[in-house]
Design a protein around this ligand. Structure first.
Ligand code: SAH
Length: 340
């Protein structure tokens, strides 16, 4: 992957001509003649330029202006807002975002798209409000923003959600398009098939709402699966829990989410790891901990005690909710067992 760097403007300033078949950047530059093809821009506002999409970069451009309008409306952008857009592509959402906000910072990996989106606003009153950073959004430091809007590839969905969940200062909301299954994982509840580590971690740190379904034919080219738009709002204040330790426990338990807590925690490698953590924490807290009853117990003994308690007996991660996990972690921590 190329290193992140600021882009500089280049390329012709005219709007890009539409055509019937995707064509390369070289061809596009040579044939560029301004105007937009009626066939792919009936509702206006959505670019008809036909830079060949690179699907390995998840390039599925939103071609239905009604969907673009609906997504931007859901973000409820104020004229004073700074917007962060991840993966602007040819700028189909960037333009309405610019029209409604104070400014937009867009992070785009593909240099061809960086040129496209800059060209899209060149010479317009929105031009000065847009800054494009060329780079991988996961590795790029985010600027300050009030609202984040993104239609991003599946490969970076999870990393992007985690990056946003830990972003500070807190932003007002993030409106994001994901593959349907990924979006449903974010809001899955205990007992549902899609309930997973992503569901638990996201719901611990944020409130997530399903906003709309978007069919595959609203994209060019259509992806293999349907999409959904969700809104993510960080919980403020954040829950009083050490996230690294929390995630350590959740990761372990969801590795085998349908096994009992006892059988997941009693494996040789987990016990070894927990015993090491016990030793480290005891060494670090030598003086503070001297009233602890469990001081001489090892991980196996403490786990046996906890999983024998009425509320944890025969329980499986797949059926536990956030409050259950919070009290389970507190129970272990109280007895000196730590997951990080
Ligand atoms: N938002 C536009 C484009 C969506 S396609 C629209 O809705 O029409 C997804 C975009 O994300 C592409 O432009 C792709 O190049 C970009 N992208 C892919 N991986 C990225 C990454 N790691 N960081 C930033 N942008 C990325």
């Amino acid at each position: 992957m190329p290193k992140s760097k600021r882009s500089t403007r280049s390329g012709p300033s005219s709007a890009v001509a539409g055509g019937t078949a995707p064509y390369s950047l070289a061809q596009r530059t040579a044939t560029s003649c301004g105007g937009v093809s009626a066939s792919s821009n009936k509702g206006g506002g959505v670019s008809a330029n036909l830079v060949a999409p690179n699907t390995s970069l998840g390039q599925h451009f939103l071609k239905n202006p009604a969907v673009v309008t609906a997504i931007v409306a859901k973000a409820a952008i104020k004229p004073t807002d700074s917007v962060l857009e991840i993966g602007p592509g040819t700028g189909n959402m960037t333009v309405p975002l610019l029209q409604q906000s104070k400014n937009v910072v867009a992070i785009e990996y593909d240099t061809r798209m960086v040129r496209e989106v800059l060209k899209r606003v060149e010479g317009t009153s929105e031009e000065r409000k847009l800054k494009v950073i060329q780079g991988d959004a996961i590795k790029t430091r985010f600027p300050f923003f009030d609202v984040c809007v993104a239609n991003v590839p599946y490969q970076i969905s999870s990393a992007l959600v985690f990056k946003l969940l830990s972003h500070r200062p807190m932003f007002r909301c993030s409106v994001m398009m994901f593959q349907e299954e990924f979006a449903l994982r974010l809001t899955a509840r205990p007992g549902e098939a899609l309930y997973c580590r992503l569901s638990v971690n996201t719901q611990l740190l944020a409130k997530v709402d399903q906003l709309m379904k978007v069919g595959r034919n609203n994209f060019r080219p259509p992806p293999k699966v349907e999409s959904r738009v969700v809104r993510i709002e960080l919980r403020n204040p954040p829950p009083p829990v050490d996230f690294i330790e929390w995630d350590g426990m959740i990761r372990l338990l969801f590795n085998r989410k349908n096994k009992t807590l006892r059988s997941v925690l009693m494996t040789k490698s987990t016990l070894k790891m927990l015993d090491e953590n016990i030793r480290t924490h005891r060494a670090l807290n030598e003086r503070k901990d001297d009233m602890c009853d469990d001081e001489n117990k090892d991980a196996r003994q403490i786990i046996e005690q906890v999983v024998a308690m009425e509320q944890w007996k025969d329980k499986r991660a797949s059926k536990l909710d956030l409050d259950d996990f919070l009290s389970l972690l507190a129970e272990f921590n109280k007895r000196g067992v730590h997951f990080a």
